[in-house]
Design a protein around this ligand. Structure first.
Ligand code: PEP
Length: 255
């Protein structure tokens, strides 16, 4: 039997919390969250707040940091972009790839997402691959097909020995920032479908090792029920991760 997957509690701050707010956030949050090694807590602050977050997290190796996006190239004339090596040098351990806002606001394609995942793995960081359907796609009965289409280019560029480095986040687009959450049953059913895709590509044992997170209007009052669903290994939280008390409560709901 595979080892149980540790719950992952991840906060995506998007374009919120500059360096001063970041320092204030962690001064409060770390007082509310006792160190524990039975879960994994991760923040994705804006790149400009990364140094402030790292400074605040000195002495708290139980809380890790990631960046919200990278470019797949190693360096060059790409104004506004970050490379994987730069993110690693700054102290990032994880990278969000293919977040719904990257796909739907900035027009990132699944092929670009795959190139980013390749660059992240080559650079020795952990990609958190975000997938999810729009409301129209769900209403058309295409939710699982769309998620499979988003997974396919990424799964085709991962070697079997790299699967253990992958994290997947199922984030239905219609649930992000809307206050509407997938029902626990719908989340469980999509998580099962994602894991079946992973198993088809890499075998059952490898698929069972991949944490699959749920994201989309997770709050302190719905986190425990979502995380109690089979195959839901944690949460990727946007709005509710901006509040130290709220996110500490979500972390407390794991397990
Ligand atoms: C997100 O940004 O990944 C997200 C899920 O946002 P929210 O929790 O605000 O819906």
């Amino acid at each position: 039997m595979s080892a149980p997957r540790r719950p992952v509690l991840a906060g995506n701050w998007k374009m919120n919390h500059g360096p001063s707010d970041t320092a204030r956030f962690f001064a409060d949050f770390l007082n509310r969250l006792a160190p524990a090694d039975d879960r994994s807590v991760v923040f994705f602050p804006p790149a400009i707040s990364f140094a402030a977050a790292r400074e605040a997290l000195q002495g708290r190796p139980d809380v890790r940091l990631g960046v919200q996006n990278v470019h797949w190239e190693a360096s060059g004339a790409f104004t506004g972009e970050l490379s994987v090596a730069m993110a690693k040098d700054a102290g990032a351990e994880l990278v969000l790839v293919g977040h719904s806002e990257r796909r739907h606001v900035f027009g990132e394609t699944s092929d670009e997402t795959a190139k980013k995942v390749r660059a992240v793995l080559d650079g020795g960081l952990v990609p958190v691959l975000c997938v999810g359907e729009t409301l129209d796609e769900r209403n058309a009965g295409r939710a699982e097909a769309v998620v499979a289409e988003q997974l396919a280019p990424v799964l085709s560029i991962i070697r079997p020995d790299e699967v253990a480095e992958l994290v997947v986040a199922y984030e239905p687009v219609w649930a992000i920032g809307t206050g509407v959450t997938a029902t626990p049953g719908d989340a469980a059913s999509m998580h099962h479908a994602v894991r079946e895709r992973l198993a088809q590509a890499f075998g059952r044992e490898a698929a069972d090792a991949v944490p699959v997170l749920y994201g989309g209007s997770v709050k302190p009052d719905n986190a425990a029920e979502l995380m109690s669903q089979p195959g839901v290994d944690g949460v990727l939280v946007g709005g509710a991760s901006l509040d130290p008390g709220g996110f500490a409560a979500i972390c407390g709901a794991a397990g």
